[in-house]
Ligand binder design. Sequence first.
Ligand code: HXC
Length: 514
Amino acid sequence: MSLKRNILDLRKRKQEVQLGGGEKAIEKQVAMGKKTARERIMSILDEDSFHEYDLFVEHTARDFDMDKKVLHGDGVIIGTGTIYNQPVCIYAQDFTVAGGSLGLMHARKITKIMDHALKMRVPLIGINDSGGARIQEGVNSLAGYGEIFYRNTKASGVIPQISVILGPCAGGAVYSPALTDFVFVVENISKMFITGPSVIKTVLGEEISMEELGGARVHSEITGNAHFFAESEDQCFDQIKSLISFIPWNNTQKARKFPPQEPTSSLNVEEIVPSDPRRPYDIRDIIRAVSDSSEFLEIMENFARNIVIGFGRIKGETVGFVANQPKYLAGVLDCDSSDKAARFIRYCDSFNIPIVTLEDMPGYLPGVDQEHAGVIRHGAKLLYAYSEATVPKITVILRKAYGGGYIAMNSRHLGADFVFAWPTAEIAVMGPEGAANIVFRKEIAEAENPDEVRKQKIEEYKEKFANPFVAAAKGYIDEVIEPAETRARLIHSLSLSDNKVDARPAKKHGIPPF
Ligand code: HXC
């Protein structure tokens, strides 16, 4: 064969294999409003940057007539490419080939690209669209999943791992995403569950649709399994690129620095927070008012909304914001919000991202439900995560900082590097009303005019304790600042922290509360 014929033959083979499950299966995929696996990769990566590996890999299964079946690429596309001209590794399961189910060779392709990503210290993006373990390949499929989970765990905290759920993901197909850093879902397309509706009906007799069981909204709002929710695949790909712009390529680097920009928000920080401490406001307005270009990438926007987490930039440098949200449940801490914030803090710490904490909350949520849901161990995660983190940690107390919440929200006592308070801050064991009712209960009860005495005692308490000056007098906060000075203080603190060293005793790893 001449070289020219060889090349033509190669092109023909490539073309055939690149069709995956064939035109009919692709039509079915498109009719469901889904892009093909290949289109998805191209939509995420820089133009013409994709290099595919293992295109000609075939399955090796022989049982259940599998020896008569050709599964192009064995149902998964793997390779490398760039985003913003920086290298990444990527794989996309192809639902048109045996439902993207995972057999031995399919798993080997995925573990090959995972190993590559870890060795080269570049982010790994996995696009999941799979019926789970390939039933015909039995234990080989299960082994394949185990090998993936092992690598997910090994790479955790070393390279960013991003999972995109773009189809039904059942069984093993959801555990790998759960081990990664960020999970993206798309309305009507993503489904995640361990056992699907038919198994649930058989075992428990319960009827539920796939969407109600594990649709994108369920995982964004109820379970907390998803970190980003999009209405379309294109919106999802934009979100991925936005996220990638904020994070470093591996745990030895810092995030890329951008040219510093002034905030563009028309809101003045002083106008955002109402002077009445009981009136809510949106903490995201404060985040935008102190961030470059007022840009804020919120994570887990619809889960545990009483706490807000996400990335912004201050003077060009990525920071992770953790902020109580007075708009929901007065920003109270509970099981879910503690989990949400703690995991994010650990992410920032692993990837050298300074943490800015904005505090305004009345403490941990009381109640039987919370106690029985394990608020002790969930709440402890937050204490652990802040105490463990050695990246620069800055706290600004805006209004309420009561009780255990005061300590948990990156207080000086958990190792904050800089603690600022606005003059409106109230740092106390509990709110004035509750405190006055307990401390002065007898006096109030015995008074001729209890209501008036209660009011008077509340005022007395407020004056004495519900302010930032008692804590300032003890050095627990560094500076009481005017709200308008907040961004300048953050900039200064961050620039001072560039070479921060916080040595800890050597250990294999800690044992955080679960
Ligand atoms: C082999 C599979 C498959 C699987 C789907 N297919 N899942 N083949 N093994 N696990 C094949 C179908 O046979 C079909 O092939 C094609 O993919 C498309 O599937 P459909 O059922 O036609 O598509 P749809 O109606 O959209 O339903 C998708 C689905 C459903 C919800 C994913 O296929 C399904 O429930 N699959 C089984 C899910 C499951 O229970 N997986 C095992 C989990 S156990 P043809 O040839 O007809 O086109 C597991 C263990 C790991 O993963 C645990 C680790 C901890």
